[in-house]
Write a protein that binds this ligand. Sequence first.
Ligand code: IMP
Ligand code: MG
Length: 195
Amino acid sequence: MARLSEDGGIGDVMISEAELVERVRVLGEEITTAYEGRRPLLICVLKGAYVFATDLARSVDLPLEIDFIALSSYGSSTQTSGVVRLVKDLDSDIAGRDVVLVEDIIDSGLTLRYLRRSLEARSPASLEVVSLLARERADLESLQVRWCGFRIPDDFVIGYGLDVDQRYRNLRYLARYEPDADPLHQQRVEGVAAR
Ligand code: IMP
Ligand code: MG
């Protein structure tokens, strides 16, 4: 298989490139207004939020800084195990800073709870969360998510930074994942069956 656009694992468009551009522009304006006169520190949660964070940062009309934190959760390709592990910590000291945590998707909220605990312990002046996506069933009020791009159903999504087994991050839009039409997924299933 040569082209990403021919990959069977890529299902229906869930959120188009145009919708993403427009929503990110609006979120950028809201963050600009909220932090007027300040210099926020954006923290991008790797790897899933990297595309969103780069677009969002360029939509914020303020001087700002960006740092990165990486987590991994053990589990299969589309199912989290519930165990979160810090893989790469921040380079910067966030004490006294206005921190904006940039997430890709709030599913169970476990990752976010873990991150909030870890970051709040470092005494930032403020801590707000912006997530590109959140499941419809996620309680954004109790999770204290200030900005959310889109609420989505339970379908597994790929593209715009989000992956399955590290693939599809460079897709320009968000699509439903079709495991039954993904040749690599099929190979794995058959490999397990043959053992
Ligand atoms: P939570 O800890 O259950 O909220 O899971 C959040 C993490 O699970 C996200 O940061 C993603 O890395 C991953 N995740 C959850 N749903 C999806 C999806 O539909 N596509 C890609 N990654 C997902
Ligand atoms: Mg992820």
